[in-house]
Ligand binder design. Structure first.
Ligand code: GLV
Ligand code: MN
Ligand code: MN
Length: 428
């Protein structure tokens, strides 16, 4: 923590990146300066995969790594790695997170984990420790899935949970395919896919992340350890009706897909309450999207999550049944497609317990263990390698919003905790 504030909004963090232009418009060279000015009116970031904003963040990562004399590489799937030691030696300890964002995202979700990783390395160097295992800092590509609709594309490809063929089918809202976007950003899409060789070199991955709830605020702790990630998924609902004139079409003659869509949003809320789950329609596309036209198509995306698979199945089935009934009543056709799914993740006890022990040793405190409804690359990789997560207190719990926040003291506590864990894993 000696290199300055690890706050993601700090002058040297990727919060300083302009989301608007290409790398040349970037003020993220790490040179300090005043607080960065987020480029969007909301105060949030729009750092989508394989865009100029993404390139800005990648450039920032490279500069931070090179300033620390780390070897930087981009893997076949577009994830960036900064190595201390020889990757081929194996059993590496890896830390990091992601730098992309949701639409109008906050400064901490993702960047805090990457910034803290660099700061923790600085802290370890200032402690004068020697490394017995290779250490890497990683920036996973396209964690949020804001552009192509699928979350954790970089880690899913690497772990084999997303095939090259399926990845090639992904398209953004403008119809640009993932391989086209990769190619335009200078990355060879032909090489993407399962990378067991890379995974075999990793002994442990620890991701630090801002908490996306208020458990730590309520318990009064700056840092916690993750226990589990709820099963979750995304479903696309296509309500097909009939376009017609908004002024001249009698109400009884309409096949308006907006009506069953609106009723389905309310049903989702009800079903989630009944199942003790959460369900959200947060994204919608309307065709033809004219103020004076009845829509021909309303496409809504459902994000549903629950503490266990049975509750998730219940809420998802309940919402679909309600949507079909609403659609029939309005003479509208409905197609539902599951676009992605992530099963429950239980982080392995061996690494978790080791982290608790290391943090207990350094602070004398028992570190709380908490679950989360948010998805992470650590959750994806947990199927292939030992992974664990540290959470840093978020006083309001707000996330995926410009209001996302963590206090500087808590960010420093997060860096110290990460450094303690890395020291215990890589230096003893
Ligand atoms: C990612 O942050 C997610 O939980 O969707
Ligand atoms: Mn997120
Ligand atoms: Mn995240």
């Amino acid at each position: 923590a000696r290199t300055g504030s690890p706050s993601a909004r700090g002058g040297w963090g990727p919060g300083a990146c302009s989301g608007a232009g290409g790398p040349t418009a970037c003020s993220c060279g790490g040179g300090g300066g005043g607080p960065p000015a987020p480029p969007h009116a909301s105060g949030g970031y729009r750092r989508y995969a394989w865009t100029g904003a993404d390139a800005d963040c990648r450039l920032w990562f490279r500069m931070q790594a090179e300033a620390r004399r780390l070897d930087v590489e981009t893997d076949r799937n577009g994830n960036q790695w900064a190595w201390l030691g020889d990757p081929a030696a194996g059993d590496a300890v890896v830390t990091g997170s992601h730098l992309d964002s949701v639409p109008d995202g906050g400064a901490f979700d993702g960047p805090l984990g990457v910034v803290s990783a660099f700061a923790a390395l600085d802290e370890l160097r200032s402690r004068g420790v020697s490394f017995k295992r290779p250490l890497a800092i990683v920036n996973f590509g396209d964690e949020e899935g804001a552009r192509f609709g699928l979350a954790c594309v970089g880690s899913r490809l690497t772990s084999g949970q997303l095939t090259k063929e399926k990845a090639f089918e992904l398209r953004d809202a403008d119809g640009i395919s993932l391989p086209q976007a990769m190619e335009a950003a200078g990355h060879d899409p032909e090489a993407i896919g399962h990378d067991p060789e890379r995974l075999s070199r990793i002994g442990a991955f620890v991701e630090l992340h801002v908490e996306q709830g208020r458990a730590l605020d309520l318990s009064g702790d700056p840092v916690g350890i993750a226990s589990a990630i709820w099963p979750h998924g995304r479903w696309r609902y296509d309500f097909h009706g009939e376009a017609n004139h908004a002024g001249t079409t009698r109400l009884v003659d309409r096949r308006d897909p907006m009506l069953p869509y609106a009723e389905t949003v309310l049903s989702a809320r009800r079903e989630a309450e009944l199942a003790g789950a959460v369900a959200t329609f947060g994204k919608i596309a309307v065709e033809p999207n004219g103020v004076n036209a009845i829509p021909s198509l309303v496409r809504g995306w459902l994000d549903a999550r629950a503490a266990d698979q049975e509750s998730l199945d219940t809420v998802v089935a309940g919402i679909e049944a309600a949507a079909r009934a609403h659609a029939v009543r309005q003479g509208v056709d409905l197609a539902v497609v599951r676009e992605s799914f992530t099963p429950v993740v239980e982080f392995g006890h061996a690494l978790r317990d080791e982290m608790s022990r290391l943090l207990g040793e350094s602070t004398g405190d028992k570190v709380p263990v908490l679950g989360t409804g948010a998805g992470h690359d650590a959750g994806i990789l947990s199927a292939s390698i030992p992974t664990a997560m540290l959470f840093v207190r978020n006083p309001t719990g707000v996330s995926h919003s410009p209001a996302e926040f963590a206090a500087e003291d808590d960010c420093v506590a997060g860096v110290r905790a990460l450094a303690d864990v890395l020291e215990g894993l890589a230096c003893r």
